[in-house]
Design a protein around this ligand. Structure first.
Ligand code: SF4
Ligand code: SF4
Ligand code: FES
Length: 274
């Protein structure tokens, strides 16, 4: 088999498809970012995660400079945990489900990897999504049972309700909808998280738990929270969120449902004082 040598010093086999991978790198929170380029041989069925694994084993740039493995997050490797979310060729998505055969079908194609911009960068492609989890706490995104004793069977739920709620339950807190949202801006100051926009994922989770037969016991607290600054009225209805959600969650429908609930809640408070 004939071979050639790339600038990185690596031998390339004839017929091997090489793709250029350009990565935005940052050594620490707040540090300056820089770009590095790697030429990576692509196996059929490879995804971005496997490309990053290859670079970890061969961290030499196209200029032949020895670098370090790229830092990124991953967990499930099947688009369920949301931890590997990053910006791939300008589109926010999961690295594990981004297939190189779709992204870069030809030899010499390029893929550009960047961290999400709405969350503080920890290192390279790894970001801190704490604000998202903090907002889920703000709206009490849970069913209030303590689990220390048997409560017996819960209230029955209709098949229609289950159908509506199932898709909402598939949210993996990946952050794609927040990355795409013009109303959701980077906010590293934790003191401001209590009044900054919660974002589409959290509004949808508030709807999910408000529609749960037991979860709705906290409905009033959730609607109180979503009536405040950073709640549903901060949504500008640009609808970017629903276009990028990998789980196809009907986010604008959820936002509309929460908006109506908040309006009714305020009217009720106005007339009854409760
Ligand atoms: S509809 Fe609301 S939450 Fe969705 S992208 Fe637009 S402003 Fe953001
Ligand atoms: S709503 Fe969709 S895009 Fe937003 S965090 Fe959940 S799964 Fe990700
Ligand atoms: S590793 Fe879990 S979604 Fe990609």
């Amino acid at each position: 088999m004939s071979t050639a040598t790339k600038p990185s010093g690596r031998t390339v086999r004839r017929g091997e498809r090489i793709v250029r991978v350009t990565i935005k790198r940052q050594d620490a929170p707040g540090a300056a970012a820089r770009w590095e380029r790697f030429d990576v041989p692509i196996e059929p069925g490879a995804n971005i995660t496997s490309v990053l694994q290859w670079i970890a084993a061969n961290p030499t740039t196209v200029e032949g400079k020895r670098s370090t493995p790229v830092v990124y997050d991953s967990g499930c490797l099947e688009e369920v945990c949301g931890s590997c979310t990053m910006v791939v060729n300008g589109k926010v998505r999961q690295a594990c489900s981004a297939l190189m055969d779709d992204l870069c079908p030809g030899a010499g194609d390029e893929v550009i990897l960047e961290p999400m911009t709405k969350f503080p960068v920890l290192r390279d492609l790894s970001v801190d999504r704490s604000r998202l989890f903090s907002a889920l706490k703000r709206v009490r995104a849970w069913v209030p049972v303590d689990g220390t004793y048997d409560l017996g069977p819960g209230p029955r739920e209709s098949a229609e309700k289950q159908e509506t709620r199932y898709v909402l339950s598939t949210c993996m807190s990946c952050g794609c909808c927040l990355e795409a949202c013009p109303q959701y801006t980077l906010e590293a100051d934790e003191k401001k998280w209590d009044s900054s926009f919660v974002g589409a994922a959290v509004l949808s989770q508030a709807r999910y738990f408000n529609e749960h037969e037991t979860g709705r016991t906290l409905e009033k607290v959730r609607l109180d929270e979503l009536s405040r600054p950073g709640g549903v009225s901060d949504c500008g209805n640009a609808q970017n969120c629903v276009r990028v959600c990998p789980k196809e969650i009907p986010l604008t429908e959820s936002i509309g449902a929460v908006g109506r609930s908040v309006t009714l809640h305020r009217l009720k408070q106005f007339f009854t004082g409760r």
